[in-house]
Design a protein around this ligand. Structure first.
Ligand code: PLP
Length: 509
């Protein structure tokens, strides 16, 4: 299906809205210098309101969305987020509040943010929190800036190495490097976990800290986690916890009790903001007493039943985001936690882990499982068995074929340490029926690789756009709509190709 562009649908003189005539109401020519005034009318598409609406609704239907189907994108926690959270985030009392409103007149918003802080501390066991960071990666940066400030404060200037397992998300080394640290990559053991003997070799008086994801990005719980944090502390380093996978352990254990000093939470993975599409997120950072003095300002505090922003913190790393961060996203997180309660969050995690293990056990009959042990909220398959049958079949072809069955493919080719990885995270929100339908589709695709391999190799067949050039779309996105349209006959194709890349085939991590 191809949808004509607005320019193709345009009919001269057609209008969707009626605006008052500018003359007399506000005659802009009075205010805009002559040299800056338009000489010719802007070339805009002309359509009726109904046509415009149909155009955009049709475009939206080209997207795969969590509201229309299963989205098992590992390491991203693409869970269904209750609509009540959207409603809370969009209450006009919050959205219409000017961000410069004095504390005395923004008590409602401050109260909810303060309560969210308390909840996040309860869930993780940390002492203090900042809600400012805009996403997980930003949280990592803020956390590592505090780690750096801590060592500087202690005059521990030689500590410039940050240890990061090779399974980590690319943002970890990027964040540490932006703080000026040298990245030391620790190879994972055969079981996908940090090998204590290997870790010991890299620890020294230069160790500023470690950044660890747990459960790690292979979907495995780091069983030696207490020993890892003990060893790092023993040499004087600090421990950073990448909390992107919090969905697996909420309410079951607290991160601070595992010995960590600082962590971030991706509210857009764990707490009710649709993730993906590049929308706003938020990445609250939690710290223990060691790092509390370095938190960004302002801090939301409560004094005599009043909430206020306090700025007086001599060791702060400064301000890291405008105002209080992405408040709407924080309000959604608040609503989500309030809906479930701490007991409910535990059930969320238990169900997420159970669903992942159910899928893993069902799919291992057909696909190679990278790490066979019990997994946490996600697990990794590879296309090894299918590739052995036909060398034109790989993870990308299987992912494309899944789209024909109405599923969003899992995360592919990540983590980098597993060749041909397919990383599947069902989340707690999918029913057994949905999981069974997914298993059935994967089983049929496996059968197709034997009976009709060409169908798999040529996939997808049912999507509006076939194979896209993802590299081209990422490297030189074609965003100038009119120029592209006018430039040549192929323009429309270019646009839909670029759109398609933005509409879901872009790899998530
Ligand atoms: C998503 C993710 C990040 C980065 O978080 P963003 O909110 O996307 O910036 C970091 N680490 C892991 C393990 C992740 O899955």
């Amino acid at each position: 299906m191809s949808i004509p562009t607005l320019f193709e649908e345009s009919v001269s003189g057609r209008q969707g809205v009626t605006l008052p005539s500018p003359e007399g109401v506000w005659d802009l020519s009075q205010y805009v210098p002559k040299s800056m005034q338009r000489k010719t009318a802007a070339r805009l598409p002309e359509l009726s309101q109904l046509e415009i609406m149909r155009h955009f609704v049709k475009l939206s239907q080209l997207n795969h969305a969590i509201d229309t189907g299963f989205y098992p994108l590992g390491s991203c926690t693409m869970k269904y987020n209750p609509k009540i959270c959207d409603w809370v985030g969009q209450l006009t009392g919050f959205t219409q509040l000017h961000p410069e409103t004095p504390d005395a007149f923004s008590q409602g918003t401050l109260a909810l943010l303060y309560r969210l802080q308390q909840y996040l501390k309860d869930i993780t066991g940390f002492d203090a929190v900042t809600l400012q960071p805009a996403a997980g990666a930003h949280g990592e940066l803020v956390g590592m800036m505090m780690v750096k400030a801590y060592h500087l404060k202690n005059n521990d200037l030689a500590r410039n190495e940050v240890l990061i397992p090779d399974s980590a998300h690319g943002t970890n080394p990027a964040s540490a490097a932006m703080c000026g640290f040298k990245i030391i990559e620790i190879p994972s053991g055969k079981d996908g976990l940090v090998d204590l003997e290997v870790l010991k070799k890299y620890l020294s008086s230069k160790t500023a800290g470690i950044m660890l994801t747990n459960p790690n990005t292979l979907g495995l719980f780091e069983k030696d986690i207490l020993e890892i944090t003990r060893l790092v502390h023993e040499v004087g380093g600090l421990c950073y916890y990448d909390g992107a996978n919090l969905n697996a352990i909420m309410g079951i254990t607290q991160i601070a009790t595992m010995g960590f000093d600082v962590m971030h939470i991706n509210t857009h993975k764990t707490f009710a903001t649709p993730h993906g599409g590049g929308g706003p997120g938020s990445g609250p950072v939690l710290v223990n007493r060691k790092l509390e003095p370095f938190l960004p300002v302002p801090i939301i505090e409560s004094q005599d039943n009043q909430y206020c922003l306090t700025w007086d913190r001599p060791d702060t790393i400064g301000k890291v985001k405008l105002f209080q961060g992405n408040v709407e996203i924080l309000l959604r997180a608040y609503a989500y936690i309030e809906c479930f309660g701490l007991e409910g969050l535990k059930e969320v995690s238990e169900t997420a882990v159970m669903n992942a293990n159910y899928l893993k056990e069902s799919l291992k009959l057909y696909y190679h499982v990278a790490f066979p042990q019990t997994c946490m909220h996600e697990f990794i398959l590879t296309s090894q068995n299918q590739h052995a049958r036909n060398d034109q079949i790989n993870t990308m072809t299987l992912a494309k074929r899944l789209m024909d069955y109405g599923f969003h493919p899992p995360t592919v080719y990540f983590p980098l340490i597993v060749p041909e990885a397919m990383m599947i995270e069902p989340t707690e929100t999918e029913s057994k029926q949905t999981l069974d339908t997914f298993v059935e589709a994967m089983k049929q695709i496996d059968a197709e690789t034997q009976t009709q391999p060409e169908t798999v190799i040529q996939a997808p067949h049912t999507t509006p756009v076939k194979r896209v050039d993802e590299v081209l779309a990422a490297r030189s996105p074609d965003l100038n709509f009119y120029k592209t349209f006018a430039a040549n006959k192929e323009a429309t194709e270019n646009i839909s190709r670029t759109n398609a890349c933005f509409e879901g085939s872009r790899p998530c991590p």
